[in-house]
Write a protein that binds this ligand. Structure first.
Ligand code: I6G
Length: 675
């Protein structure tokens, strides 16, 4: 049967449905019963069926794509997605507010109390959503802050996120940043359904939200009850012209995006602290998990003045709720061998719910900690978990210790390869020194190598790594690149097709970036950020390998300890061999262009820091100077170009004056960073 609608009527119906979604999700004031909405929606589907050429991109029917993706594409964020600093105690909050006050005073700003936009900190997954000419065009995960994964198809399935912005006037480009969560009621209902339908049951709402967004089939994501709350904007073109963060959020809401109703503007540390208490009291009654609150300087000009420390804004911080605790019984104590040979005692526990998550294992950290706490099998213990951190045993309930328990003794030998364990002077952990010839370290090393932030090998999960090592098929990461289809398909539960997929994934990983390659080597203390620094600053693998400790310490955020770990790693003949084998296997990356030193304002200038700094921490000042092209050294000599003197500067300042070297203050650096 053909419907008798005009195109204008179709568009009006579509608009009505979008408007109802706004009232329902954003204003939390439904204007229509669910059954009525469903009836209108079915009518819309009928019209679209009869008139497929009329279907608009922002029709509610366009939320679910009908094809799964083969993989997520990478998306470079037009404006980086930052992280947040943390405070846990009121003293730390007061320090945060005082520090902001003194930076603003130094910048000649006058104020009585500082206004903050205070917001609950949702425990979900941060995403960025981009609208162009009012239409949703892309959505991405935070990823490493610079690059995330394209999850547009999944984001479109979330009913509270408009496919087109409300109203007539919106910016050409409009990016919102916020948190995707699974509300608690939806989480319980979903898990009940999953249990009955043999689908994956999630441990907590956060994992459920993250798992749902990393789902390649948007039709599955569409079945997950997800919600979104905006916490800031990214690129906005043309610029919006508002003067406070709270005004920006009100505008975002008027454009149709959800903003948390609990947000408030508060004054000074006292206002922040009162907000924290209020939200903390409501925490259990909310329909979403939160792990703290966030305070942001409300004035946007001040945000700009305050700037950033590495990847986090100086004008915002998260005030986290205390970790959650519960008691349970230690059923066993095992030791685990980590990627770097560290031996960690782990308590196997009678399963216990700690703040909504079932905990079965908790770390006992190291030999000294287990001795200090005297944790024994059979003990009742307090277990604590905070956010994503591995749960830990806090203390034993002495009065509940049964008779006959034995003091736990750390082993002398590696539980996996029998190598004698050693404790290096100054370190708290026992270590197995066998490196890749210890199967436990080999397995962890390969998992790290293949991980998403490393070589990102599709199809190589933890279980498969363990099978490959147990079968003796790989002795180091380079062996992955010589696996054959018959070797892989010979493993248990490995069909020919999965073997082919794995080999294709391994082959694809050969095209990588220098930063990923460095990260994947698993050099101690070299995480994603340091790997990126090495790649961006030194640009060529041979130059990274050849860099000595001094050269490394001159790079942003690399101190003496990390520099030593890097040089020791590259000095090891076995490591050199693995790197050669990996390159011989065909791993390549685009050459990073060497930009001639021209534009940076302090290129090759030698700067010495002295005295007490108040606008920057010493390490921030060093990082900022290096990012401006300077070399930061510790002693003043004829080669020094500038001495940056803080309060109570002593002999270095005197020497600089004697040698006629330019003496500058923190404001000079602040001005340069803001050019
Ligand atoms: O308000 C916020 C909530 C959560 C945030 C935030 C966040 O990260 C998970 N991150 C930033 C960088 C900002 N606000 C500014």
């Amino acid at each position: 049967m053909t419907t008798q609608f005009t195109r204008a009527e179709y568009q009006k119906l579509k608009q009505l449905l979008n408007e109802q979604a706004y009232y329902y999700y954003v204003l939390d004031e439904p204007q229509m019963a669910d059954a009525e909405y469903d009836q209108l929606y079915r009518r819309l589907l009928q019209i679209e069926h009869d008139q497929p050429s009329w279907v608009d991109l922002d029709s509610p029917s366009q939320r679910v794509a009908d094809q799964p993706l083969s993989k997520f594409q990478q998306v470079k964020h037009a404006m980086p997605m930052l992280s947040l600093g943390n405070v846990f105690k009121v003293d730390e909050l007061t320090d945060f507010v005082t520090r902001i006050g003194s930076l603003l005073s130094k910048a000649n700003q006058s104020f009585k109390t500082i206004e903050f936009s205070a917001e609950p900190k949702l425990d979900g997954l941060a995403v960025s959503i981009r609208y162009e000419k009012g239409q949703l065009v892309q959505a991405a995960t935070r990823g490493d802050g610079a690059t995330g994964e394209d999850i547009t198809a999944n984001i479109k399935t979330i009913g509270s996120i408009p496919l087109s912005l409300r109203g007539e006037s919106h910016p050409d480009v409009f990016e919102v940043r916020g948190e995707v969560v699974m509300p608690r009621d939806g989480f319980s209902q979903y898990n009940e359904w999953a249990l009955q339908n043999d689908e994956k049951v999630f441990a907590n709402p956060r994992n459920a939200a993250a798992g749902s967004l990393r789902q390649l089939d948007p039709r599955k994501t569409a079945k997950r009850p997800l919600a979104f709350y905006t916490y800031s904007v990214g690129v906005v073109e043309p610029a919006h012209g508002f003067t406070t963060h709270s005004e920006v959020l009100a505008w975002v809401k008027s454009l149709g995006l959800p903003v948390n109703q609990l947000n408030q503007v508060v004054k000074g540390a006292t206002g922040c602290s009162a907000f924290y208490e209020r939200v903390g009291q409501q925490r259990d009654t909310l329909n979403f998990d939160i792990d703290g609150v966030v305070y942001k300087v409300n004035d946007l000009v001040w945000q700009e003045l305050l700037g950033f420390v590495t990847k986090a804004p100086r004008w915002a911080t998260a005030h986290k709720f205390p970790a959650e605790e519960a008691t349970t019984i230690v059923e066993e104590i095992d030791v685990q061998v980590g990627r770097t040979g560290s031996i960690t005692p782990v308590a196997r526990l009678k399963p216990v719910n700690v703040g909504g998550v079932t905990v079965t294992n908790a770390t006992l950290h190291n030999e000294d900690e287990i001795k200090r706490k005297d944790v024994r099998v059979g003990d009742t213990v307090f277990v604590r978990r905070a956010g994503d951190v591995i749960p830990e045993v806090v203390k034993v309930v002495g009065s509940k210790r049964p008779h006959g328990t034995q003091v736990f003794k750390m082993p002398n030998q590696c539980p996996v390869c029998d190598t004698r364990l050693v404790r290096i002077e100054g370190e708290a952990v026992l270590r197995c020194s066998a490196g890749l010839s210890c199967d436990a370290q080999l397995k962890e090393g390969i998992k790290h190598f293949a991980s998403r932030k490393g070589m990102d090998i599709d199809g190589l999960g933890d279980k498969l790594v363990e099978q490959l090592v147990d079968a003796g098929l790989i002795k180091n990461p380079a062996d992955l690149y010589h696996l054959t289809e018959s070797q892989v398909s010979g493993l248990e539960r490995m069909a020919q097709k999965s073997a082919q997929n794995l080999l294709a994934g391994i082959d694809q990983s050969k095209q990588t970036t220098l930063a990923r390659f460095i990260y994947s080597l698993g050099i101690r203390e070299v995480g994603e950020a340091t790997a990126l620094t090495l790649a961006v600053q030194l640009k060529r693998l041979p130059d990274i390998i050849a860099a000595d400790e001094e050269a490394l310490q001159n790079l942003p955020d690399i101190g003496a300890v990390v520099a030593k770990k890097i040089t020791s790693y590259f000095a090891e003949p076995n490591n050199q061999m693995v790197i050669e084998q990996l390159q011989a296997a065909g791993i390549t990356w685009p050459v990073i262009e060497i930009i001639e030193a021209t534009d940076l304002p302090l290129q090759d200038q030698v700067v010495v820091l002295t005295g007490k700094l108040t606008m920057f921490t010493r390490s921030d000042a060093k990082t900022q100077l290096q990012q401006l092209g300077a070399k930061v050294t510790s002693s003043v000599s004829a080669k020094t170009d500038y001495v940056l003197a803080g309060e109570s500067a002593g002999s270095k300042l005197v020497k600089a004056q004697k040698l006629n070297i330019a003496v500058v203050d923190e404001q000079w650096l602040q001005d340069l960073t803001q050019r």
